[in-house]
Structure formats: C-alpha cells, structure tokens
Ligand binder design. Structure first.
Ligand SMILES: CC(C)(COP(=O)(O)OP(=O)(O)OC[C@H]1O[C@@H](n2cnc3c(N)ncnc32)[C@H](O)[C@@H]1OP(=O)(O)O)[C@@H](O)C(=O)NCCC(=O)NCCS
Length: 172
C-alpha cells in the first residue's frame, strides 16, 4: 500500500503552537508541498556545511530540490515555522519492511531551543498513527546532540560502526 493511501485513512492533521526554550512561539504543522516547497528550499539552501549530516542536506540548489521533491512524493513531513519562515523539518519515508525512515533538521539559527525534540515527538506520533512497525535512522557517530535526542525518545543503536544505525520500535 502507498503512503498516500494510508494517510487518507488516518487523521494526521497537525497545527500547534510551541513555545521554544527562548520563549518564541513556533508553529508545528503539516508540510504542504505546493505552498511550502520554496520556503523549505530556502531553509536548506542557507544551511551551513558544518550542520550537514551524512551529506544531507545536499549543497546545490538542484540537489536540494530533487531531495525535497523525493521526500514529498514518497513520504510525509512536518515543519516548524517562525515568522512565516520554515526553520525546522522532519520527514518519514516508508521502507519495504514496514518501518519509516526518519530525517530531521533544524536551521542553525534556531538550534538548541527544543524545536528538534518537538518535531521528533510529533513525527513519532504520526508514525504510530500510520501503524509503522518502527522508525529507522542513520546518523554520524560524533553527532552527540542528535544521538542525545534520539536516545531520549527511546531509539536504540542497532549498528554502532562509523555511522550509527538507530531504531525505535513502535510495537509494544
Ligand atoms: C540534531 C538537531 C535536529 C536537533 O534539533 P535542535 O532543535 O537543535 O535540538 P533540541 O534543542 O530540541 O535538543 C537538543 C538537545 O541536545 C542537547 N545537546 C546539545 N548539544 C549537545 C552535545 N554536544 N552533546 C550532547 N547533548 C547535546 C541539549 O542539551 C538538548 O537536550 P536537553 O533538552 O535534554 O537538554 C539539530 O540540531 C540539527 O539539525 N543539527 C544539524 C543536522 C543534524 O545533525 N541532523 C540530524 C541528522 S541525523
């Protein structure tokens, strides 16, 4: 079954205001590819190289567009918005074995304010509603901040090599 079929059966509408650690009000909501594509491209195009993880986001505008279109076609995204600007993004894409593969980025101007954890909390809820078996992700072994939040939400390291493969089971 395609993700688009599953999505239509479950209510995954999301729009909430989240007060970040700095006291700013950030909107957490569903991503709409038609309306938000350019804003998301802007976020990733201004991402600094030291904030990339495993080559993502891609650096050229064309590669960013290709990647975002791929995520929109095959997966589901949630964004964080502040002053009409997209400043955080998380996506899940189904894998063949019934899991969802996770991507998450918060723009460097907004990191360490709790926005990443709010995005993660909400995408886990969506993945549960969509009945995925679990969530998989890959990160870099030295990405201490990302690993900290993943572990806080219950992810376990399943392959601790140069890259960290992590997994959260959504079945009890
Ligand atoms: C990783 C990322 C998504 C986290 O989002 P964020 O909004 O910055 O994170 P939050 O503010 O919600 O949470 C950060 C947490 O990490 C902790 N932290 C920060 N730096 C840390 C470090 N060097 N080591 C361990 N923990 C650290 C903070 O204390 C906080 O935890 P706490 O709330 O328990 O105190 C974001 O920083 C980002 O996009 N980084 C660059 C790209 C990236 O790594 N993406 C993930 C790819 S796998």
């Amino acid at each position: 079954m395609m993700l688009s079929d599953i999505k239509s059966e479950v209510n995954i509408e999301l729009r909430k205001v989240f007060k970040d650690k700095k006291g700013d009000e950030v909107i957490i909501r569903n991503y709409n590819h038609q309306n938000d594509r350019e804003k998301l491209i802007d976020m990733y195009f201004s991402f600094t190289p030291e904030n990339r993880c495993l080559g993502l986001p891609p650096s050229s505008k064309e590669s960013i567009e290709y990647w975002i279109d791929h995520l929109a076609k095959n997966g589901l995204s949630i964004v964080a918005e502040f002053n009409s600007r997209i400043i955080g993004h998380t996506a899940i894409v189904p894998t063949e074995d019934g899991n969802a593969d996770l991507t998450i980025f918060v723009h460097q101007d907004f990191q360490n304010r709790g926005i990443g954890q709010e995005l993660l909390k909400n995408i886990i809820e969506v993945a549960k509603k969509l009945n995925f078996r679990g969530i998989t992700l890959v990160t870099e072994i030295n990405n201490k901040r990302a690993i900290h939040i993943y572990k806080k939400f219950g992810f376990r390291v399943v392959k601790p090599y140069y890259e960290y493969d992590m997994y959260l089971s959504l079945r009890s």
